[in-house]
Design a protein around this ligand. Structure first.
Ligand code: HEM
Length: 553
């Protein structure tokens, strides 16, 4: 114990000198050294000791917390973590500090978990203690004053929204009722790719290659169309509708909101509350302005749907989420703020997250042609080549599920869970965690650790032919687990599986001439972690299908 205290004092003294050196440069350090050497400045010794004791005290308050990199006064562990690729940085630091780590990010205590056992403790055994959300600026502005499901703290409001989502929004019956929307939009996507490939082949450049298809824009428009139709129907695509006129800028605002919410899961104002009034990066100002613009359009959509309901102006099969939510009665009834919050949950998060996985999955299939061929063979066996694969065929193609699961393992669009939060003190893995800590489970690290996965960096869907990811398997959590688990897993799987099946059934895919490989490592962050560079690929039709005749949107 004594030697521990001595070593803490020694390291505090060293840290103090380093701090003084960093803050004031060599001249003051020299002067202090001179003063110490000549023993004629007791003040220097006294002040250095006071700072050393203060730092020692600062470090001692964390003695029962999990280990982590040095927490410097003011900046805490920020220098070791940074803002980019945090899931990878945390995974690397776990090799040094262990699977449960504590970081001081400004004034916030952040705990990061990289072990399946402790993830289970957080998301299962102590799920109730950890199922709140921190009071962040994104929750206030993007989360419509904490009314959205994603940002709502644990409590009656959040429980109410979860129930509404389970019974009315993401229920199996609702999923079936919207199958025609997904089918039509997937066909529209194939139609678009088919036309593009014919057009470029028709140009007769003599290369036998079609023009490169931008699979990023294909995936994002597919998801944009599906999620918009599911959420508020398709009448806002008609250019004479007043809401159609603001849709373009609305989409840009949604995108900006996601960047603001995602880029700093905890913004600088939250890291250093004392400095928040300065708003050095303009974050507060931007997030406030964008949320006001979004709210204005959400209100227009709600009013328009209210009019539809009053005038009975929609067909039952065109009933969208906003109609459903506005029709709720009795204790299920929602305020306009909650409705706006739910729109915010579904629109940007829903479309970006699924589109990001689609793009990564196609990139892996193009890079791993043997897997692509195997999947095409499985689909041909069930469907043949006279028609396109349909959502109802998917349960007969188990290898497709393995492909999607493997893409989610290598490229989880949410590599860290959303921030969990404990209102009360809680014990975790033998450590004492004080109240109001932010908790992230490192989903990416759990799914990519060689301790639990054979050659984790390989894209090998066959590993999912064995049972992985059951209720007690906390190595694989792309949708997280427990009370805060993603409520839209069924919708996400149905959409991803159908889209991938159709893309590989209808086309052969290869890289554009001269490109040898795809950069999978570089990612960018918004609502989700996505491929940094858009995926360009050549599509060659492989079926004898009749081009589709779809109604114009
Ligand atoms: C591949 C697709 C998706 C993946 C991998 C995914 C993953 C996740 C993850 C990891 C969380 C955080 C859970 C936690 O904090 O512990 C989450 C939460 C959430 N997701 Fe998803 N998600 C996907 C698609 C969707 C879609 C399509 C929607 C909506 C249409 C959606 C809506 C939500 C909502 C509302 C929450 C917050 C739940 C709550 O706080 O109670 N997600 N998702």
């Amino acid at each position: 114990m004594e030697s521990h205290v001595m070593s803490v004092s020694f390291s505090s003294l060293t840290i103090t000198f380093m701090l003084i050196f960093m803050l004031f440069g060599t001249s003051i350090t020299d002067r202090i050294m001179m003063a110490l050497v000549h023993m004629n400045s007791m003040w220097a010794i006294l002040s250095v000791s006071i700072v050393a004791i203060a730092i020692q005290y600062w470090q001692m308050q964390y003695r029962l917390m999990p280990p982590g990199p040095v927490r410097w006064p003011l900046v805490g562990s920020l220098l070791s973590v940074g803002f980019q690729y945090r899931h990878r940085t945390y995974a690397r630091l776990a090799n040094k500090y262990g699977p449960v780590m504590h970081f001081r990010l400004g004034s916030a205590n952040v705990i990061v978990v990289c072990s399946p056992e402790v993830a289970m403790e957080v998301l299962k055994t102590k799920d109730a203690e950890w199922s709140s959300r921190p009071p962040t600026l994104s929750g206030k502005y993007i989360g419509v004053d904490f009314h959205s499901l994603d940002f709502a703290p644990n409590g009656p409001h959040w429980r109410h929204l979860r129930k509404i989502c389970a019974t009315h929004i993401f229920s199996p019956a609702r999923l079936r009722a919207q199958a025609h929307i997904r089918r039509e939009e997937v066909l529209r996507m194939v139609d678009h790719i088919f036309a593009a490939s014919q057009r470029s082949l028709g140009l007769g450049l003599g290369l036998g290659l079609g023009e490169a298809i931008d699979l990023r824009s294909v995936s994002y428009s597919l998801m944009d169309n599906i999620i918009s139709r599911v959420l508020f129907g398709n009448k806002y695509t008609q250019s004479d509708h007043p809401i159609a006129k603001v849709m373009h800028s609305f989409r840009e605002d949604v995108q900006e909101a996601m960047v603001l919410a995602g880029a700093f899961a905890i913004s600088e104002g939250e890291l250093f509350p004392a400095l928040s009034w300065l708003d050095l990066q303009g974050y507060h100002r931007r997030i406030k302005r964008v949320s006001q613009r979004l709210e204005r359009v959400y209100r227009m959509i709600i009013e328009d749907h209210r009019r539809d309901l009053e005038q009975g102006e929609y067909e039952e099969e065109e009933e969208d989420f906003v109609h459903v939510l506005l029709s709720l009665q009795g204790e299920d009834r929602l305020s306009d703020k909650s409705l706006m919050g739910l729109m915010m949950d579904v629109l940007p998060f829903g479309k970006d997250v699924v589109a990001a996985v689609l793009e990564f999955a196609m990139a892996e299939l193009i890079q791993n042609q043997s897997v692509l061929r195997k999947l095409q063979g499985e689909i041909d066996r069930v469907v043949g080549n006279g028609r396109l694969v349909d959502e109802s065929d998917i349960c007969k193609i188990p290898y497709l599920e393995c492909v999607v699961k493997e893409a989610l393992r290598l490229h989880p669009p949410a590599p860290l869970t959303d921030p969990h939060y404990n209102e009360e003190a809680v014990d975790l893995a033998g450590y004492k965690i004080p109240p109001k800590c932010i908790m992230f489970i490192n989903i990416w690290a759990l799914a990519n650790d060689p301790k639990w996965w054979d050659e984790p960096s390989e894209f090998r869907p066959e590993r999912f032919e064995a049972a992985i990811g059951g209720n007690n398997d906390f190595r694989y959590l792309p949708f997280s687990a427990g009370r805060r688990k993603c409520p839209a897993g069924n919708l996400a799987y149905a959409t991803m599986e159908h889209a991938i099946a159709v893309l590989v059934h209808a086309f052969d895919w290869s890289l554009p001439e001269g490109e040898l490989s795809i950069n999978m490592e570089d990612e960018e962050f918004g609502a989700s972690s996505a491929k940094k560079y858009p995926l360009l690929a050549i599509a060659k039709p492989r079926l004898h299908f009749v081009p589709f005749k779809l109604p114009p949107t």
